[in-house]
Design a protein. Structure first.
Length: 263
């Protein structure tokens, strides 16, 4: 009975983490390029009072064992990199990735980060930056005399200048980065991911080549969170939590009944 208390407590902790993860998914339902997290669970150590296949008599083995589990734990929360819906914003500096790949971002410290958020903007120097002001790598600078900016599906950035509206000038090219295991990236907040030993090294490629997707100007990728699915997960976690609390209550009542025997 005491074991049931501790076993149910692990179940309550597991469902609390599941609700925390679901809440984060729902909170970011409108976050550009957000990728939902999926909680993975594992059962804990088993106490074997009789192992399956143990000898019952000469030449005979028991068909089943007697093993009592110790509850559950959260094995990890996996980022699911399925694509989100592309929304037409008609903003020339919004660029979505259609397919696999990340934009490469340079922090003020010089460190590199990676993002699916293509809401690019211009800073005071005309450089393409994220909404937090971090430079896109490779760096592209839009001249002040540019009257229009075009981003091709291969990431080529060209402009038309005020003095030559019939001609376009290529300024540079956006590149994309892919990873062997994107689920191994570390989520850093601000729509940024960091490379880890589990993600593998970044592979830089031109959009549309070597397994990366295309760039789409005037579009943004929305979150891949399905609100209906998350609400169902929320209800399931809530009910599972309630079942574990009921198991605690049942074990407590059994202990109380045992205590009453000596009164």
């Amino acid at each position: 009975m005491i074991k049931a208390l501790f076993t149910s407590a692990t179940g309550m902790n597991v469902q609390t983490t599941a609700i925390d993860n679901t809440s984060n998914n729902i909170a970011n339902v409108n976050t550009n390029g957000f990728k939902k997290g999926q909680a993975d669970f594992q059962d804990l150590l088993y106490v074997s009072q009789r192992a399956p296949g143990s000898d019952a008599a000469a030449g005979l083995q028991v068909p089943t064992g007697l093993q009592i589990g110790s509850g559950a734990r959260v094995a990890g929360i996996t980022k699911v990199f399925t694509p989100g819906a592309l929304v037409n914003t008609q903003n020339p500096f919004d660029v979505a990735v259609e397919g696999e790949g990340f934009f490469q971002v340079t922090l003020p410290s010089g460190e590199l980060r990676y993002t699916r958020d293509g809401a690019l903007r211009l800073n005071a120097q005309g450089n393409l930056v994220t909404s937090d002001g971090f430079l896109i790598s490779p760096q592209v600078t839009i001249p002040t005399q540019a009257v229009s900016v075009s981003v091709g599906s291969d990431g080529t950035i060209s402009v038309q200048n005020a003095g030559a509206l019939n001609a376009s000038t290529v300024l540079g090219q956006l590149t994309l980065v892919r990873f062997q295991n994107p689920a191994g990236l570390s989520a850093e907040g601000r729509n940024l991911f960091a490379e880890t030993a589990s993600s593998g090294t970044p592979l830089i490629a031109t959009p549309g080549q070597n397994g990366v997707g295309f760039t789409r100007q005037g579009f943004l990728e929305r979150s891949n969170v399905d609100v209906v699915t998350e609400l169902i997960n929320l209800i399931l976690a809530q009910r599972a939590y309630e079942f574990n609390t009921r198991a605690v209550r049942t074990a407590d009542n059994m202990l109380a009944s045992t205590t009453d025997l000596i009164r």
